[in-house]
Design a binder for this molecule. Structure first.
Ligand code: MG
Length: 400
């Protein structure tokens, strides 16, 4: 984060993230929730950072956050650069925006874009269109989407009150203004409670024109919106990759083996630095291979005492998090365990459920198979267990 006074900038961007997100019913403010590996607000901020990455002057990007969310905010945006220190919001959206505008008044930006953090699918194109319109014409500009559904107003009686949809639009953000105009409009509207900034400008005698609002620029409000957002990102992840992993551990004296994240009573145990869960190790390597990110030994060196006796679920969840950190989705984990004993069949569903749980995916995306080697080789002689695995992941298209 930079001192705003040191950045010469004509454009400011206010990201409104002070809401509590109670309607999302997801426990906690929705703008900080993970959306396929990245918090919603980070996806939104990235669009603006990207839109201005080629500009001569960086814009002043000012997030407005709730005072209770300061830690959450800092944790979410860790690693992002080019952001102004966050401003603490007020009790209404309008007050929050005004706080941000006031904080920028000394910087005297010429233009300001005001955007809801919960609309992560705005496009760079929309940002550019709004700024181009603003530079050529007076007044404010908002993205507007014509309403195509029939609308009714629910009344106290059971009448079906149809509202004529002609000329009705859904108004989105970012909304684009001349900074001084919207600041003075907000100052004049101090005792009002408008739900968007174009209304504040119009109330002050300003004019507002529309640009075309993309359908994808929806506001994430409900759990169903989250699902829709996840589906959209998943569909965009067209770079499909497959990784494979293989591991062997030898038997030693004992009374149970850890396999696929569960403990199975047996007349031996597997020897190893961690809990020696050969199946989870093969899966971990398969997941790391799918993103060409080294292997289990690179990330968890056997020389490191921290991993002595460690449960191997840590390794697998670490690898899966590395995929998500790249915006990737784990599509399938497939495991084959090679041994004469213990019998895997009776435990395979428990293993699938445990692996799905560790990886954070649906159990339908986990396969566990077992085979013997017909008494041949080291597995045939019951000297140890081998496991092989494949992982399929879908990554965002690479910009090469
Ligand atoms: Mg191993």
């Amino acid at each position: 984060m930079s001192d705003p006074k040191t950045i010469p900038s004509k454009i400011a961007v206010i990201i409104v993230a002070a809401g509590r997100g109670t309607r999302a019913g997801l426990g906690g403010p929705k703008q900080y929730r993970d959306l396929v590996g990245k918090p919603v607000i980070v996806r939104t901020l990235n669009v603006f950072l990207d839109a201005f990455s080629q500009s001569e002057h960086a814009p002043l990007i000012v997030p407005v956050i709730h005072e209770d969310d300061q830690e959450l905010y800092l944790k979410s945006v860790e690693g992002l650069s080019g952001l102004h220190a966050p401003v603490i919001g007020g009790t209404t959206r309008q007050q929050s925006v005004r706080n941000a505008l006031e904080s920028l008044s000394e910087n005297e930006p010429e233009y300001v874009l005001i955007h809801d953090a919960a609309r992560p699918f705005l496009s760079k194109k929309l940002v550019k269109e709004l700024l181009a319109a603003l530079k050529q014409n007076g007044g404010g500009f908002v993205p507007a989407l014509p309403i195509v559904d029939s609308l009714v107003r629910q009344a106290e009686t059971l009448d079906y009150n149809i509202v004529k949809r002609d000329g009705l639009f859904a108004i989105q953000t970012p909304q684009a203004f001349r900074f001084n105009e919207i600041l003075s409009a907000h100052r004049a509207a101090i005792h009002e409670n408008y739900t968007d900034d174009a209304s504040v400008l119009v109330a002050d005698g300003g004019t507002v024109a529309f640009v075309e609002g993309p359908e994808l620029n929806f506001k994430i409000t409900t759990p169903a919106d989250f699902k829709k957002a996840e589906r959209y990102i998943s569909a965009a992840n067209t770079d499909v990759r497959v990784g494979s992993g293989y591991d062997v551990h030898r038997f030693e004296g004992g009374n149970a083996v850890w396999l696929g994240g569960i403990e199975i009573p047996y007349n031996k145990k597997l020897k190893g630095h961690s809990d020696a869960d050969v199946a989870l190790h093969a899966l971990t390597d398969a997941v790391l291979a799918s993103i060409a990110d080294g292997d289990i030994g690179v990330h968890f060196p056997p020389s490191d005492n921290e991993w002595r006796g460690a449960p191997s679920d840590k390794f697998l969840s670490f690898a899966c998090d590395r995929v998500r950190a790249r915006g990737g989705i784990l599509n399938m984990l497939s495991l084959t365990i090679v041994c004469e004993g213990p019998k895997i069949g009776p435990h395979s569903n428990a293993m699938r459920n445990r692996i799905a749980d560790i990886a954070g995916i649906d159990v339908s995306r986990v396969s566990v198979q077992a085979t013997t080697t017909e008494k041949l080789g080291f597995t045939g002689r019951s000297e140890g267990i081998a496991a092989q695995a494949t992982a399929t992941v879908c990554l965002p298209p690479v910009k090469e």
